[in-house]
Design a protein around this ligand. Structure first.
Ligand code: ADP
Ligand code: GLC
Length: 492
């Protein structure tokens, strides 16, 4: 391969969130678990994260690497290098107090409004990644591959494309095409990129500035988190206006299915559970189910089908279907336990459903990791009826815990759950289709031996990161070859 060393690559993962420090969704779980799996497979892996307070507090033995000074509206920017708690992987942290040290979420203030300077906050993240790639931020280590996650890190790909002497390749992973990082057109002047980047063939998107397009257009390889979603985003229905751009990259867009962190999600040693279990000793699962019913104040009913949901409450997740189906489901003997947070209208509707169905429906509006584990373990069935789902992790947690996933056939849900074999899959995004699917679960439940066999098949499914990590390593080689032979450039 021309000029590309086939040895273990040095890889820099760039992201805005990481479990357990900062998490708004599955992205954080992936960013915590994929890098150690790549290290296990032989890569030399480091992370680059913004210096949000929980990250600055937790990173161990951080020492300054370089004083960057004033940039992107921040008066003082420093790059630190420390170790991730738990994995001990090296992690670069950008300490930019003016941009990152604030209470609230990574993208939003406590009142739910986007931080008004997100374009600066995430341009800085990409810019530092590119300087690490160019070996001028840390003279002792530089990556062969920069792996940027979602729009927050996407600008790294444009900055690398702007600096042709950089040998590092870039890989961009789309975790969710619906969140694109759109800003007013005139903000492009803050980025420090040549004007040819701000063309429709670059970062311009219908008169706006799109961070997502920086990844889609300028990464040497684009990936998404399931094979089905990789196909779907090339269509008008799922492309969020970017399907033409995706189709333009044709063979350079790959779908690599996520794994799960089997150390964090393992019913055999999960400290959050009332009892531990595995496929050989399933008694503990029944104890988890009873403990969940008791702790939530649900009727202690062994005959009911206990259906749980752990989810962001947004239109993506299709939970309006559950609301519409609920009267029929409750009549059929289903109990629902839901934990989630998100759109106020959905929160209010689920609270109302709880009031109308005492003992049968319990709703916890909020975010709680421990209870999430209890809801996964205690369920007979865990529902993920999404309208679209790039991969989805909760159905995989369900498989691992023998809680049969009931999902819509879309994106990674259809790629991970086998209808009738490891869970239940329905097609139409309608309450009737959901009810019919739940009735198939109720029917299977009348045959305890068949139900247990299904649980055991689900629990035996390989969900580890080892396979995906090797797929990424192969993709990194392709990206490096592309960068060496035909680097991406802005044509204006
Ligand atoms: P997404 O990233 O689209 O939200 P995923 O299924 O990939 O969907 O990941 C969701 C992650 O967030 C899972 O780890 C899930 O357990 C967690 N999660 C979602 N809502 C909550 C909540 N209210 N409390 C605790 N964990 C939650
Ligand atoms: C996004 C997607 C979800 C996926 C997660 C991790 O948040 O919505 O489907 O599992 O990223 O890749």
């Amino acid at each position: 391969m021309n000029g590309v060393n086939r040895g273990s690559p040095r890889v820099l993962h760039v992201a805005a969130e990481i479990y357990p420090l900062v998490k708004t969704g599955g992205l954080a779980d992936v960013v915590a678990a994929l890098p150690p799996a790549l290290a296990e497979a032989g890569a030399d892996v480091r992370l680059l994260l913004p210096g949000l307070p929980p990250i600055l507090d937790a990173v161990q033995s951080a020492r300054p690497v370089i004083d960057i000074g004033a940039c992107f509206g921040a008066l003082r920017v420093r790059l630190l290098l420390g170790r991730m708690p738990g994995t001990h992987l090296p992690v670069y942290v950008i300490d930019a107090p003016h941009l990152y040290r604030r209470d609230g979420g990574p993208y939003q203030a406590r009142d739910g409004g986007e931080w008004p300077d997100n374009q600066r906050r995430f341009a800085l993240l990409g810019w530092v990644a590119a300087h690490l790639a160019a070996a001028d931020a840390d003279v002792t280590w530089a990556p062969d591959v920069v792996h940027a996650h979602d729009w927050h890190a996407a600008l790294a790909c444009a900055y690398i494309a702007d600096h042709l002497p950089t040998p590092a390749a870039s890989v961009f992973t789309v975790h969710n095409l619906a969140f694109q990082g759109l800003f007013p057109h005139h903000d492009w002047t803050l980025l420090g990129l040549p004007s040819r980047f701000m063309a429709p063939s670059g970062l311009e998107f219908h008169g706006q500035l799109s961070f997502m397009k920086a990844g889609l257009k300028f990464a040497d390889r684009v990936t998404t988190v399931s094979p089905s979603y990789a196909r779907e985003i090339a269509t008008h229905e799922f492309g969020c206006g970017l399907d033409g751009v995706i189709r333009g990259r044709a063979g350079e867009v790959a779908g690599i299915l996520n794994g799960i962190d089997e150390a964090v999600w393992n019913p055999a040693n999960d400290a959050a559970l009332a009892a531990r279990y595995d496929a050989e000793r399933l008694d503990g699962k029944q104890a988890c189910r009873q403990a969940l019913q008791a702790s939530l104040g649900l009727d202690l009913d062994d005959q009911s089908l206990l259906l749980t949901v752990v989810s962001r409450l947004t239109s993506q997740k299709g939970l309006d279907l559950v609301l519409a189906a609920l009267p029929a489901l409750v009549k059929d003997g289903v109990q629902l336990a839901l934990q989630g947070t998100g759109e106020p209208a959905l929160e209010a509707a689920f609270r109302m459903a709880e009031q109308m169905n005492p003992g049968r429906v319990r709703v916890h509006i909020g975010y709680d990791e421990t209870r999430a584990h209890q809801l996964v373990a205690g369920a007979d069935v865990i529902a993920v009826p999404s309208r679209f789902e790039p991969c989805g992790l909760t159905q995989m947690y369900g498989l691992r815990y023998g809680s049969l996933p009931l999902v819509r056939r879309v994106g990674g849900l259809g790629d991970t759950v086998r209808d009738g074999a490891t869970g239940f899959v329905f097609d139409a995004a309608t309450p009737d289709a959901l009810v019919a699917c739940v009735r198939r679960a109720l029917a299977l439940r009348t045959d305890p031996a068949a139900w247990q066999a299904t649980m055991r098949r689900a629990m035996a499914q390989d969900l580890s990161w080892a396979g995906p990590a090797h797929e990424y390593l192969a993709l990194y080689q392709q990206a490096r070859q592309s960068r060496a032979e035909s680097p991406r450039v802005a044509t204006g």
